[in-house]
Ligand binder design. Sequence first.
Ligand code: ZN
Length: 338
Amino acid sequence: MIRIRKPDDFHIHLRQGPNLPAYLADAAGSFARALIMPNTLPPVNNPARLREYQQEISRAGEDLPDFQPLYTFKISGDITGEELEEMFRRGVTAGKYYPLGATTNAEDGVADHRNIFPVLDEMQNRDLVLCIHGEKPDSFVLDREKDFLPVLRDIRSNFPRLRIVLEHISTEAGIQAVQELGDRTAGTLTVHHLMRNLDHLLGGMLNPHLFCKPVLKTPGDQKALVDAAFSGSHRFFLGTDSAPHKRGDKECDCGCAGTYTAPVAIPALFQFFLEQGAIDKENTRLFQDFTSAHGADFYGLEKNRGELILENAPWKVPAEYHGVVPFLANSELQWRVL
Ligand SMILES: [Zn+2]
């Protein structure tokens, strides 16, 4: 058995409605905290809606007293200073910038990043973190992240004190940009982008459950992400982007983007770090830093005090959780969360 500091997930989708308690319980099985994305319908983009979503999640998590949700709001150009102040007082952790049309429920996203400069200025003054879905939606799908990077650099140079997280990095170019942009720029990496590439999605038989935004990239890009995760750099940490969609919404004519990793993220990633030789059973430091320290440090949060116990006991990942096909469905994992 191996004990690690309880991990944080700095990017998760919990949806809303009847399945929320189940999705929340899956996350709480491995994580002490999770940063909950605001792209619900309607979006979390004002104080009233934030309060409503906080209440819904509190109710759903009544039986999970050890789990702490962290909240975000969706940035738009028309958020006022008073609204921002009230969301800040309600404990919001970060604001999320979605380019117009970049992913699920981003039809109300930001058309021109300069339109949100007044909001970013307020966020910088309050030391709120900016999370970015870094894709230029009208570019060719494999170029979207690379083509977005000039926007990231423009925001960086205009707001030198703002803490910025480039979410779910999928390319070598994205990794390099974060490395170049200094200490107040970080990046999250997902389990599926670390462990899979475009070949797994469509190189053989089509696997719609690996279809996500940003889409999986080349083996070279995947290697750059893995190198960043294994580098020990405090500016790269886990954000799973776990995003449940019902089987029928993935296996259909127009399948939704999103991969459901929450139930398997930690055991699968732990096994991956071991198999790749980044850690061994006697020294899991690099893994713990990636899952349980770097993110907390960047966000200015105390590290979790609780532990997660991983047991070396093979198990088969179920075909479905609550009607959602998880990452690694039906395959055997060597480690399980106790
Ligand atoms: Zn996401």
